[in-house]
Design a binder for this molecule. Structure first.
Ligand SMILES: Nc1ncnc2c1ncn2[C@@H]1O[C@H](COP(=O)(O)OP(=O)(O)OP(=O)(O)O)[C@@H](O)[C@H]1O
Length: 586
């Protein structure tokens, strides 16, 4: 369809074809001037009249006007490039009929995209996340856009922790195309556990068995950032902005994501998408938990205290290397939107399915992951480490724009294992500081990085069950109270396992009276602890000896990865803390 319409006082040649909607300014001699072209896949909606949606809906009736809303990159020149806003253009037609014809044609073009977009969403809002503005963010920024795009949403404002996870695990979800959280990384983790757990239940698979190939999840997850830590959103979208995230949801973007399952003995402890870290990152989180009253500043404080304590820990790290022919953590690539390594991994991970549909826009379907890959040989490294980190993504965040492992991929079925061996405090400071600039943090003699499919960590013989049992019990109790559901009527398999473990040790009723120093004793303590804790996406794990396995493309987010130029330009904006993942300022 093609017509000459007016936008403001200027005349434009407006063209709609199956792929683009474009308008070209015409001069007095009908010669083309500037063109604006929007892919139909990035149109949000069309309304009759002169309509505004944000910051508030305003409708001015007009028989000859229609208003088109579309994705616009950046809201002004200085905007970071991953930031999307709502582009709004009012077109003026020669008659009402002409206007109605355009509106019908645009709506038809949009309807043709409906198979690629979600129609119905289940939205969970944490009213206490971040600055407690989740409800307001959803109502003022996200909801009007969903409504404009004709997406219906069932909204649950949570009343307790784990409500979203339990809802997804137990309630009827027929008809929903995706689940969305309005909150931070903790809320995302609830959705992640709910969606993965539900999918495995329905597939009749045990999540506890680390050798089982888990069923990839069809239900997409959306994150509207409203937490104090929104690292998963930042690492998958490039900015933490509720409007940008809502637009990715509306247009049905689909980003597969690797997930790491963390096991202790034969029990699943947690899933992680960003960091499983022992030593420094575990200590920072454990220390920060003691100072919650400080608010977000606690991460800076705890980072300094932990750094000054200059601890290192003994252990044995074993890992299954990934195929070095495919990619390497030091190949200087970056996993950006449309990443070639990730798309090729889709074909490797899901050889029987239509790989192209798996990498493009939202499209629910069934996949079975290739389990024929032989396990290969485990590599073992013993020593004393400042930190042992496993990350399934670059884990970039505003404070560390390139992240823990800049060349890590979101969806290649691998994780990067970073080993920082015992070193002097200044050496470690250099390592940490390099996360905040573009210097290579792996180019240091005490640092090594491996691309892996699985990792095991064990303590030196004799240290596993030594005198730290009481501390471990404390952590287990804390963890149980955090993960309990429905007022403790339902206990997860993991918790049952823990109870058995305590009973074996006789720690149930008969608590040990032995007086001990705190697990993290701080600067004043004369005896450094011999074990650290694991920081798993900002939660402390109650076990030291763990096995981690990376599950390629286990979940899908309404995102498209970082668009070229996004993320790295964002280093001075926004979020000031990353739960012990990045603790130093430039
Ligand atoms: N209504 C609720 N009451 C209490 N806790 C809740 C509620 N809803 C969700 N939660 C829990 O709050 C935790 C933190 O939420 P979220 O990640 O949204 O915010 P945050 O400000 O980034 O959190 P954090 O304190 O971890 O930095 C989550 O682990 C979630 O399980």
């Amino acid at each position: 369809m093609e017509s000459v319409l007016r936008v403001g006082k200027k005349r434009y040649r407006v063209i709609l074809n199956g792929i683009h909607f474009s308008w070209t300014e015409l001069d007095k001699k009908n010669r083309d001037k500037k063109t604006v072209s929007v892919p139909v896949s990035e149109l949000i909606g069309v309304e009759k009249g002169r309509v505004e949606i944000l910051p508030q809906k305003k409708v001015e009736e007009s028989e000859q006007h229609f208003t088109v809303f579309s994705v616009m990159r950046g809201s002004c020149r200085s905007s970071p490039s991953g930031l999307w806003s709502v582009g709004r253009t009012e077109f003026y037609c020669s008659s009402r009929d002409h206007r109605d014809h355009w509106v019908t044609q645009l709506k038809t073009a949009l309807a043709a995209k409906s198979g690629m977009r979600p129609q119905r969403l289940l939205v969970f809002i944490n009213p206490y996340g971040g600055k407690k503005k989740g409800v307001q963010i959803y109502r003022t920024l996200a909801s009007p856009l969903l409504e404009l795009a004709g997406i219906s949403a069932h909204v649950v404002v949570t009343e307790r922790a784990n409500q979203a996870r339990d809802h997804i695990l137990k309630k009827e979800l027929t008809g929903f195309d995706g689940v969305v959280c309005v909150g931070g990384d903790g809320m995302f983790s609830e959705l992640l556990h709910g969606v993965i757990g539900r999918t495995q239940q329905e597939a009749g698979l045990s999540e506890h068995d680390p050798t089982v190939t888990l069923q990839p999840c069809n239900l997409h997850i959306g994150i509207i950032p409203a937490g104090s830590t929104d690292c998963v959103c930042f690492a998958t979208v490039g900015v933490n902005d509720p409007v940008t995230s809502t637009l990715h949801i509306i247009i049905g973007d689909s980003q597969p994501l690797d997930v790491c399952s963390v096991h202790h003995q034969s029990t699943l402890v947690r899933y992680s998408v960003s960091l499983v870290g022992y030593g420094f990152y575990g200590d920072v989180l454990a220390e920060s938990e003691k100072h919650r009253w400080m608010g977000p500043l606690r991460y800076d404080y705890s980072g300094c205290v932990t750094y000054l304590s200059n601890r290192s820990y003994s252990g044995t790290v074993q890992f299954l290397p990934a195929d070095p022919q495919v990619s390497s953590p030091r190949d200087n690539t970056r996993c950006l939107s449309g990443c070639r390594v990730c798309s090729e991994s889709t074909e490797r991970l899901f050889p029987q399915s239509d790989a192209s549909s798996h990498t493009s826009s939202y499209s629910p379907s069934q996949y079975s992951q290739d389990s024929s890959q032989s396990e290969g040989d485990w590599v073992s490294i013993e020593g004393r480490f400042k930190c042992v980190s496993l990350t399934c993504m670059s884990s970039s965040c505003p404070r560390s724009p390139l992240g823990l492992s800049p060349a890590a991929h979101l969806a290649d079925g691998t994780g990067d294992l970073i080993l920082v061996r015992e070193t002097h405090a200044l050496g470690f400071l250099k390592y940490l500081h390099r996360h905040t600039n573009t210097e290579d943090q792996f180019d240091l003699p005490f640092v090594e990085v491996h691309r892996v499919r699985a990792v095991k960590f064990s303590l030196p013989p004799g240290e596993e069950d030594s005198e730290d049992e009481e501390d471990e019990e404390k952590q287990i109790e804390g963890w149980e109270s955090k993960t309990e559901t429905d007022g403790s009527t339902h206990k997860s398999m993991s918790q049952q396992h823990l109870a058995e473990k305590r009973d074996e040790r006789g720690m149930g009723d008969d608590k040990k009276k032995k007086k001990k120093s705190d697990f993290l004793c701080g600067l004043c303590c004369s005896r450094a602890p011999s074990v650290s804790v694991w920081n798993c996406d900002g939660e402390i794990l109650p076990f030291t000896e763990i096995l981690c396995r990376v599950h390629g493309q286990l979940v899908r987010l309404f995102a498209r990865g970082i668009e070229d130029g996004a993320g790295s330009r964002n280093c001075r904006v926004g979020n000031r803390k990353c739960k012990g993942r990045c603790v130093l300022h430039t």
